[in-house]
Design a protein. Structure first.
Length: 75
């Protein structure tokens, strides 16, 4: 995500969103007030991308397993 909270912006830090709380992980660790706000549309986009990556990974694992099976069969 391309959002940064005020604290990270001011200190020129990278701002990592804790997906469980929706707050900046740096603010959580520093027990600081967090000004980060991520719109619902952005969360939905991130969830869609995450699911697409999971599906892609599952397909790649399947392809790797099939290739391994083929190698073992040939040997």
């Amino acid at each position: 995500m391309t959002f940064r909270c005020e604290r990270c912006e001011k200190k020129k830090l990278r701002c990592f969103v804790d997906t469980a709380s929706g707050r900046c992980a740096g603010c959580i660790a520093a027990t600081a007030k967090c000004s980060l706000f991520v719109p619902e549309e952005e969360w939905e986009r991130v969830q869609r991308e995450r699911e697409e990556k999971r599906i892609e990974l599952a397909r790649l694992k399947e392809s790797a397993a099939l290739a391994t099976q083929e190698v073992l069969r040939v040997e």
